[in-house]
Design a protein around this ligand. Structure first.
Ligand code: FAD
Length: 501
């Protein structure tokens, strides 16, 4: 099926997804394509989505963004990981820090050596060997030092927190500066071609007809083209991830400025806390089957660190994904393509990978079903791996007597996740596909943090004596601690390079 060369790209929607798409395409497509973005000021963006993971730095580089300038413009802060409070059980917490843990050895991964000594009661928790986690717990931050040789200071891995509205505004400025044409107005209809059902044009409220060869649907949950026009269908995953509501409210900042997101479990869900330079973003994600909105709102408002700065906003969602992210000449990116709760801050990442995948498979010579199928298969795999990682947090809870948590602990889980848990439980093995988002150390921190204990470890570890391993671990722990102590506080670091005006 060939449409000929793609000359007109129409992006439907101007939230984070729409403007990220516009920024990337305007930076990277140079064959004379016209890029037009249509958004309606009357239909607000979702307005949340403020915590990210380190891969976003690659996106910023791709679109030519200066990191300090971007942080100044978006009231941004640095993020070293996520703290999970009360997740495995009430009163316990752990940090999922980004980046590596210890130093992998030729024979076995670092964590296998740690497992042996931990199982023997001769090593402390795994967090002591992660520079990100130790720095986060001491409220310290600096960017990775490229001149630090083998020091843990070169391992620091960071992401950002930022104001979603300011981020979209920043990307809009960048995109318009590179020639993206913005059209304001409400889309009221879609015209499909009679022969093959491809989208020919969208129709605006004022009657204007906007034609395109490729449409990127960034219209949010409504999925104006991918669902409204093309009826692609949606896979509902709420039996595995039963939260379906969120309430968001910003509050005043408090000191210290933490370099991590906090996720605190409540009776039927959890609360996020995202520290920005000018405020803290908060939200309560919960399941409407297990809690009424009034109760959820009161839990949120009673657990803010500062004075609320706005009325709480109630949002509804269905966890899952579109059956095909790319259908005919429409590619859904962002919430139009699917949604999983922000427990591991993966949505903006999925926007980013959707864009890069589309650019890699760009239909410059016309539409080829093999490209479309490969795009959809890769998207499906990516969603499924993230889904399993999120379910893990819920499945491994011991919050007995709370109906929501009892449901999560007892629910059937995907076979893919069950196998991962079994592999870890028996021999301490963590197996993942090479292109999966979450690394072995991410899986390790969450499985261990949620209370899953490995019975064994890799036998190659036994090639070294226990005393030798103990000395190796003690050295890593000591160096990590000293490096974290040496770092400036998060607040000092921001003041030195990227404080908002
Ligand atoms: P929206 O922001 O909803 O934008 C939709 C756009 O479409 C708007 O511009 C609107 O005007 C336009 N539009 C719709 N209909 C029409 C029409 N008829 N005519 C013209 N224009 C139209 N992600 C993270 O990575 N980290 C997080 O911490 C995080 N937290 C989240 C918390 C919650 C509770 C939720 C729900 C999401 C969160 N996300 C998070 C996800 C993140 O917010 C989204 O992935 C991101 O904002 C992208 O949204 P979007 O651009 O797809 O949709």
């Amino acid at each position: 099926m060939s449409l000929g060369l793609v000359k007109n790209i129409v992006i439907v929607g101007g939230g984070t997804a729409g403007w990220m798409t516009a920024a990337a395409m305007s930076a990277l497509i140079s064959n004379g394509c016209k890029i037009r973005l249509v958004e309606s000021d009357e239909i607000s963006t979702i307005g949340v989505g403020e915590a990210t993971i380190p891969v976003i730095r690659g996106f910023n580089q791709l679109i030519g963004v200066d990191e300090n300038e971007f942080l100044r413009q978006t009231q941004g802060t640095f993020k070293l990981g996520i703290e999970f409070v009360n997740w495995s059980k009430q009163g316990e917490s752990y940090i999922h820090g980004f980046g590596v843990i210890g130093r992998d050895q030729l024979l076995a991964k670092f964590y296998q050596y740690w497992l042996k000594l931990y199982q023997a009661g001769k090593a402390p928790g795994v967090e002591h060997y992660s520079i990100n986690t130790m720095a986060a717990s001491m409220n310290k931050f600096m960017r990775a030092a490229s001149d630090s040789g083998d020091s843990p200071l070169s391992d620091i891995s960071h992401a950002f927190h930022f104001d979603a509205g300011l981020y979209a505004k920043y990307l809009r400025g960048l995109s318009e500066g590179r020639g993206v044409q913005r059209t304001e107005g409400r889309i009221v209809d879609t015209v499909l071609r009679a022969d093959d059902g491809f989208v020919e044009a969208i129709v605006m409220e004022n009657g204007e007809r906007i034609e395109g060869d490729l449409f990127v649907d960034c219209s949010g949950f409504r999925g104006l083209l991918i669902e409204g026009a093309l009826k692609t269908g949606y896979e509902d995953w709420s039996h595995w991830l039963p939260c379906d509501r969120a309430i968001a409210v910003p509050c005043e900042s408090v000191s210290p400025l933490l370099p991590y997101t906090r996720a605190t479990a409540h009776d039927a869900g959890w609360q996020w806390r995202i520290p920005l330079q000018h405020r803290i973003g908060n939200g309560h994600v919960y399941s409407s089957k297990f809690m009424e909105p009034e109760q959820a709102e009161s839990i949120l408002m009673n657990n803010l660190d500062g004075k609320p700065l706005a009325q709480p906003r109630h949002l509804k969602f269905t966890t899952g994904k579109r059956k095909r992210a790319w259908n005919r000449n429409v590619v859904a990116i962002g919430l139009a393509g699917g949604f999983m709760e922000p427990l591991e801050s993966t949505s903006i990442h999925l926007v980013q990978t959707g864009i890069t995948r589309l650019l890699m498979m760009f239909p410059h010579l016309g539409y080829d079903q093999a490209d479309i199928d490969s795009f959809n298969e890769a998207t499906d795999n990516e969603y499924a791996a993230i889904r399993d990682f999120l379910i893990l947090h819920y499945k491994l809870n011991t919050r007995e007597g709370k109906p929501f948590w009892d449901y999560c602990r007892n629910m059937e889980i995907p076979a893919t996740l069950q196998r991962r848990m079994d592999l870890y439980r028996s021999n301490g093995r963590i197996v993942r596909a090479s292109d999966e988002l979450f690394t072995e150390t991410s899986w390790l921190q969450v499985m261990h943090g949620q209370g899953l204990r490995a019975k064994g470890y890799h036998p190659l570890v036994d090639q070294r004596s226990e005393a030798d391993i103990a000395a190796f671990l003690a050295n890593v722990k000591d160096v990590v601690l000293r490096c974290a102590e040496h770092m400036p506080t998060h607040e000092e670091y921001i003041a030195s390079c990227c404080a908002a005006p």
